[in-house]
Design a protein around this ligand. Structure first.
Ligand code: XMP
Length: 508
């Protein structure tokens, strides 16, 4: 399979680079900068290498640096931002701090004739984010682009080595796509025949060989990610996979049954459903602080899972449906932790296993969905909106009771039914929240004092930022009227019109 290696130096747009490559139908694999040698590149059959950006300065004592031999493995290399500076440094050039002349954001770019810039206008706009710059070029290199404050916004050795100080992977770089395309097709000679279906097929094949005859365990939540991971592994190892589905009693209406039915009936999987509603609600009784709720659920989840895993005994592999945004949001990268998502980490320490398998770790949500479709997972599961691990616990504001959960389930189901009637693409996430505010109303001739339900719908690409969705008034009106009429004890419905940031998608 034709593939490009993205060598990760810790920058914030790294995954985006891989994604942009895959969007051009070339498979991209991401590897940490210190886990690869020139030999690996040659033996791995990579058509090209991209050095990503990174937060360091190349002269820092702890700066991530790969071996110079990688530059001369015989395949083209494109250095981006820090990657460009590292290329210059490794080849004998010099880097300096630009001080107050660092560039951040959109900057005017002037390019010269170069294979990398075929089809790029002489004057355009690029996205910069750098404090250091290449102050002296290595021997044999020439400048191929400049900006007002950056004498070397791009360079090349005229053969295999190319570097850009700006970020072609970010959409604000007007010709970013063209530049990456030139690298992939014009320079690396890729043909662009890779498809997402190949990813599914190749992964199944890969795990079939790697895990042959081994016991595999998977925690299934019913969400898109763990479902896709489970089906992928099931196709690879069949009966050797056991899925454990912990029903914590915080799922949406009818959800537990749907998950069980789909995986047992449609996929004929070894599925153990653990009904732990009482246990979870018992532990959550009287708790109203959001982070406490999350911690309790996370810990209890691990405990229940551990108990089931012990019954199965030693397994060789533990499957996790971790996808890339989980990794970032949980603060594994540079980003700080806003909320402790409970689906990352935790489980490994309690299961007796040899290795973790994370088949989706480098994929974005839409890519995971595409893989799911390829694997034949029903559309209603594949196109599901995300649902947080702690479930409705973080949508019942304040203390959780069975009654509140029941009300919320009904209100949420009505809202989802109404949103489903809107033609076209659904919002990326939409749900009801049971607030802890009660308000006065009038029904018949009597005074009521009911709960307030908040409706939330967001439009987003990556859930790291999100805009509130402008739902049609009719949908809001119908939802509100049905909720107050059909759900007893709810007396008022409001719509959340806050974006993220400053709010988050969930209320807790
Ligand atoms: P926030 O509220 O952080 O949500 O803006 C962003 C996305 O993450 C989901 N979310 C979670 N998912 N475990 C999860 O698996 C969690 O603890 C969790 N908290 C939030 C949220 O539903 C939204 O899609």
């Amino acid at each position: 399979m034709e593939k490009i290696l993205v060598l990760d130096f810790g920058g914030q747009y790294n995954l985006l680079i891989a994604r942009r490559v895959r969007e051009q139908n070339v498979y991209a694999e991401i590897k940490p900068y210190n886990k690869i040698s020139a030999k690996d590149i040659i033996e791995g059959g990579y058509k090209g290498v991209i050095f990503t950006g990174g937060p360091n300065s190349v002269y820092d004592e702890k700066a991530p640096r790969c071996g110079k031999d990688i530059l001369y493995a015989g395949v083209p290399v494109l250095g981006i931002c820090y990657g460009a500076q590292l290329m210059a440094y490794l080849c004998g050039g010099e880097i300096r701090s630009a001080g107050s002349l660092g560039e951040y954001g959109k900057v005017a770019l002037t390019v010269k004739t170069d294979k990398l810039f075929d089809g790029v206008e002489k004057e355009s706009v690029c996205w910069m984010s750098h404090t250091d710059y290449i102050s002296r070029l290595p021997e044999g290199f020439s400048v191929t682009a400049t900006t007002a404050h950056c004498p070397c916004a791009a360079m090349s050795d005229g053969k295999n080595l190319f570097a850009v100080q700006f970020h072609p992977e970010v959409t604000h770089t007007l010709y970013g796509k063209t530049i990456l395309k030139n690298f992939l097709f014009g320079i690396c000679g890729c043909s662009g025949d890779w498809k997402m279906s190949d990813f599914a097929k190749d992964s199944v094949e890969f795990f079939r060989n790697k895990l042959a005859g081994k016991k595999v365990l998977c925690a299934l939540s019913g969400g898109v990610d763990s479902s896709v991971a489970a089906v992928l592994l099931h196709k690879a190892v069949g009966e050797n996979l056991t899925c454990v589905f912990v029903d914590h009693g915080l799922l949406r209406k009818d959800e537990g049954d749907l998950v069980e039915k789909t995986f047992k009936e449609k996929f004929d999987m070894n599925l153990i459903r653990v009904n732990a509603q009482e246990l979870f609600l018992g532990k959550l009784a009287g708790v109203s602080e959001p982070e406490r709720k999350r911690k309790i659920i996370g810990e209890e989840f691990i405990r229940v899972f551990e108990k089931e895993a012990k019954k199965i005994g030693k397994v060789n592999y533990l499957v996790q449906g971790t996808i890339y945004p989980d990794v970032v949001e949980s603060g594994e990268g540079e980003a700080s932790t806003i909320k402790s998502h409970h689906n990352v980490g935790g489980l490994p320490s309690v299961v007796d296993f040899d290795e973790i398998v994370e088949p989706l770790r480098y994929l974005f949500k839409d890519e995971v969905r595409a893989v799911g479709r390829e694997l034949g997972i029903p559309e209603e599961l594949v196109s599901r909106q995300p649902f947080p691990g702690p479930g409705l616990a973080i949508r019942v504001i304040g203390e959780i009771t069975e009654e509140k959960l029941r009300l919320l389930r009904e209100a949420d189901a009505i809202f989802r039914e109404e949103v489903a009637k809107i033609p076209g693409k659904a919002p990326d996430q939409y749900f009801a929240v049971l607030t802890d505010t009660r308000s006065v109303g009038v029904m018949g001739d009597a005074r009521t004092y009911g709960y307030t339900v908040a409706l939330r719908a967001v439009t987003t690409d990556d859930f790291m930022t999100a805009d509130w969705t402008r739902l049609p008034y009719e949908t809001l009106e119908k939802s509100a009227s049905r909720i107050v009429n059909e759900v007893p004890l709810v007396g008022r419905v409001v719509y959340d019109v806050t974006s993220k940031p400053p709010a988050t998608v969930e209320w807790e």
